[in-house]
Design a protein around this ligand. Sequence first.
Ligand code: NAP
Length: 293
Amino acid sequence: MTSSRSTKLAVIGSGLMGSALARAFAAAGHDVAVWNRTPGKARAVGGGTVAFENLVEAVTGRSLVVVSLSNYAAWSELVASQAVASALAGTTLVQLTSGSPADARGGLEWARAHGVDYLDAAILAYPAFVATDYATVYYAGSRAVFDRHQETLQAIARNSVYVDEKIGSAATLDCAILEAYYGGSLAVLHAAAMCQAEGLDPKAFFAQKNSFLGLISVTADAAQDMIARNDFTGQQCSLNTHVAAIEHIVRLSTDARISARFPRELLENYRRALGAGLGEQELPAVFRTLKQD
Ligand code: NAP
């Protein structure tokens, strides 16, 4: 996809993600400077990008600076240099380094103090999917700043989602989606291990993918509605019954001598809801005890 306007931008960080982002901007026709702590990686980005060894030179004269580093601490180290901070004044910084909402708030505070427009962003994609329909980037911060750069930013993901003015909102949504991803993935892997330990080919479990993903989807819809109404009563399946099912999972894991840590943790969370007197309510009632935590 070639953009109608060419933007002079810099991508800071030439790791797996930063390199993919830089190449996607260059492929869309933008003038892309790249910088990396280890200079050889910046030189290896290619794709029409220009590698700089000096960070001040890399960002000078660029209207947009996109950052993709391991963590916010790495970025704080770089901008501790007064020369770098001065060179960034007047630019728009898009922070694509993953972090927490508190990291994002710290980033905005720094940016305001240094005359930098700031968007905090989170990318939901592996580098191979950058610039495709399978990449989504969430943005938080000033709507006006987002609107000003949206066309350029479209180069890295077909789905650019503006979340909210609240600067921590993209990081919050990212953490929420990633928790569902990592927690769900661990559940899937533990389930496959249970099957194997009991002599059932894990393929039999994976063949039921649509069933268990469908159940999660139905539960997410029900939970959304119940949380909005703050009413977790229903006629489908009580938490008491769900807890009995989780006890079977713990027993299978223990008998088959595989790790029971994950199902025990599940059981503890669900049992806490019983302890709170919610046993006759539906599964999403667990949400109430999480809030109390
Ligand atoms: P990576 O390949 O390990 O790259 C890390 C980058 O951070 C490198 O450029 C590294 O420089 C730089 N860095 C680390 N510490 C530094 C420091 N103290 N000072 C300066 N530079 C420093 O990681 P990645 O996969 O590209 O991830 C980058 C960001 O994208 C992370 O926040 C990650 O969570 C996010 N992300 C990644 C993916 C993915 O699938 N890879 C998906 C979504 C989000 P050197 O080369 O010099 O070490």
